[in-house]
Design a protein around this ligand. Structure first.
Ligand code: PMP
Length: 391
């Protein structure tokens, strides 16, 4: 049986992580995988997470199973954080999932159950797992225009024109904020225009929320999806706790479905959980719940998250300034204007390998750079390397 399997193409980002580990140069720089790093280059456990874990260790008196949909208190807290007052709670069906990836997978599983012939519209470019999961599930896919490489911003007219082609059997994947890999986000007016188009065509938005708090702050980062939630009859939101709470390996996530048929949708989502892994992971979810429901922990988490975002934005500005000073040109100013961890350098695959081989600077093959992987001390070297490869 097993010898019939054919080899799988390696995941590009995981392959990059392995190549980085194997590189013996002590001064190599990892700007590939999307994790936040502090000034010492570490991905820290947030203070509020440590405090909540300490409390859990003291007070938790059972590791017995929780419900198949996850802990209701977690789902309530994450729904509140994400949707605010945008929709009445009885219109929301939610289940916990292993991370944001689990939520995207469950969302597309749900779509396939409802409409096996659904088409999934994916921004060009997008996080590669969107297309990979849709493809694995056998769902038809279509790209929609998103990024304008010339202006290094969102091609809003192109995007809206492509979304006009959607219909009631279709799903449109949208990044809530900190678009991966471009760092180019929709403006408020663009969200309103998307809501208008989708209301008319009847397509279902699937909003991927993986970087809440990393763009312009929690409330601002949720504003676009809340606008859709207020305007549209149905929506799916895939929430990841990985970056927002620094809980990457704990796999804290949830899917929120906005619908008039919440009880049935919840039953279907619970059933998908049961078929896939039964009970979703609980530790990270419980930590998130403790943080969001304790005023002091929540304040401290918010401060630390704000500081992380400020740091990434400062690194973006410092890199853009350094590149302006060294190149005498403004062609890197988009780095300071974009949001979240990533920007596209506009580098060819050859330039990306030269960057790696000659300078020990690792970015993803499409030229995606994780700016949150920089430190102040590295900026002069990274900017010289970028200019050296001809950017
Ligand atoms: N969506 C996007 C756009 C992402 O960048 C990521 C993280 N790479 C995820 C979802 C999923 O994150 P996780 O499964 O680690 O929570």
């Amino acid at each position: 049986m097993l010898s019939r399997l054919s080899p799988q193409a390696p995941d590009k980002i995981i392959g990059l992580m392995q190549a980085f580990r194997a590189d013996p140069r002590p001064d190599k720089i990892d700007l590939g995988v999307g994790v936040y790093r502090d000034a010492e280059g570490r991905t820290p456990v947030m203070r509020a997470v440590k405090a909540a874990e300490e409390r859990l260790w003291r007070l938790q008196d059972s590791k017995g199973y929780v419900g198949i949909e996850g802990d209701p208190a977690f789902l309530h807290a994450i729904g509140d954080l994400t949707l605010g007052e945008a929709v009445p709670p009885d219109r929301v069906a939610a289940v916990a999932t292993p991370g944001g990836t689990g939520a995207v997978r469950l969302a597309l599983d749900l779509v396939r159950l409802a409409r096996p012939d659904a088409r999934v519209f994916i921004p060009d470019p997008s996080w590669p797992n969107h297309a990979a999961i849709a493809g694995f599930l056998g769902l038809e896919q279509a790209d929609y225009r998103y990024y304008d490489a010339q202006s290094r911003g969102v091609d809003a007219p192109g995007m809206l024109a492509d979304l006009e082609r959607t219909g009631p059997g279709d799903v449109v994947i949208l990044h809530a904020c900190c678009h991966n890999p471009t760092g180019a986000d929709l403006a408020t007016g663009d969200w309103a225009a998307v809501a208008e188009v989708l209301n008319r065509t009847g397509a279902l938005p699937l909003v991927d929320l993986a970087y809440l708090g990393f763009g312009n702050g929690v409330e601002a980062d949720a504003a676009g999806l809340r606008l859709l939630a207020r305007t549209l009859p149905e929506m799916l939101v895939a929430v990841s706790g990985s970056k927002t709470f620094g809980l990457y390996r704990e796999r804290a996530g949830a899917i929120l479905a906005l619908t008039e048929t919440a009880a049935t949708v919840r039953g279907n989502l619970s059933n998908l959980n049961r078929q896939t892994y039964a009970f979703p992971p609980d530790h990270g979810a419980r930590v998130v719940t403790d943080i969001l429901t304790d005023a002091a922990l929540r304040r401290d988490w918010q401060h630390e998250l704000d500081a992380m975002r400020d740091r990434v934005q400062r690194l973006r500005r410092d890199l853009a300034d350094s590149l302006r000073a060294k190149s005498g040109s403004d062609r890197f100013c988009h780095l300071a204007e974009q949001r979240g961890m990533f920007s596209l350098l506009g580098a060819t695959p050859e330039q990306v390998s030269t960057l790696r081989e000659r300078h020990g600077v690792y970015v993803v093959g499409d030229g995606r750079m994780n700016l949150a992987g920089l430190t102040e001390a590295l900026i002069p070297r990274v900017s010289e390397a970028l200019l050296d490869i001809g950017l």
